[in-house]
Design a protein around this ligand. Sequence first.
Ligand SMILES: Cc1cc2nc3c(=O)[nH]c(=O)nc-3n(C[C@H](O)[C@H](O)[C@H](O)COP(=O)(O)O)c2cc1C
Length: 180
Amino acid sequence: MEDNPRFFDLVGNVRSMRRLKPDPIPESLLMKVLNAGVQAPSGMNSQPWAFLVLRRSEDKHWFADRYRDASESRFGNRDSLTEGNSPMARQFRVLQYQMNHMHEFPVLVMVCGLRDWAFKAPESERVGLAPPNYGAVYPCVQSILMACRGVGLGAALTTMHQVFENELMERFRIRWNTVS
Ligand SMILES: Cc1cc2nc3c(=O)[nH]c(=O)nc-3n(C[C@H](O)[C@H](O)[C@H](O)COP(=O)(O)O)c2cc1C
């Protein structure tokens, strides 16, 4: 079988893109990208993901404000970190841009997952809520990032919103489900 050079070009060029234009994303393009996400593999083909898509300005502002707070408390004042031309300084500059402009990005997609005990956890130790099974949704997340690249959209994976996860879930009425 012959290699598909376009695939290797795509997979080798999926980069975090954080300076994003505010231009609206057509619904059909968004669906195309999310449809690529849901083709990802999952344990027992359980497809344990759901999407929260923020497009309304007030929702994006709400999210971006909390993201900035979480980011600042994680990294403190970044001004000194952004000076110069080192790879780290350049990285912090673009992270700062992302943080300050997040409310302008056309779409913020939250990939939600489930709580699930690790297969190896003995029944007797399964007390209280199962831990979030983040690993189960990353194939879907990666497919979404690749699909964005494939259709010419910029995107970046972020996880900082875990800091305000409870507030996020309350505002958008998301409940933790466990695998049944
Ligand atoms: C598990 C995981 C968590 C990440 N969390 C964040 C994050 O909170 N904020 C962010 O800006 N990028 C986050 N990233 C993106 C990485 O910073 C990025 O992929 C990495 O620096 C490599 O850069 P590249 O994607 O341009 O190749 C995360 C990536 C992974 C895989």
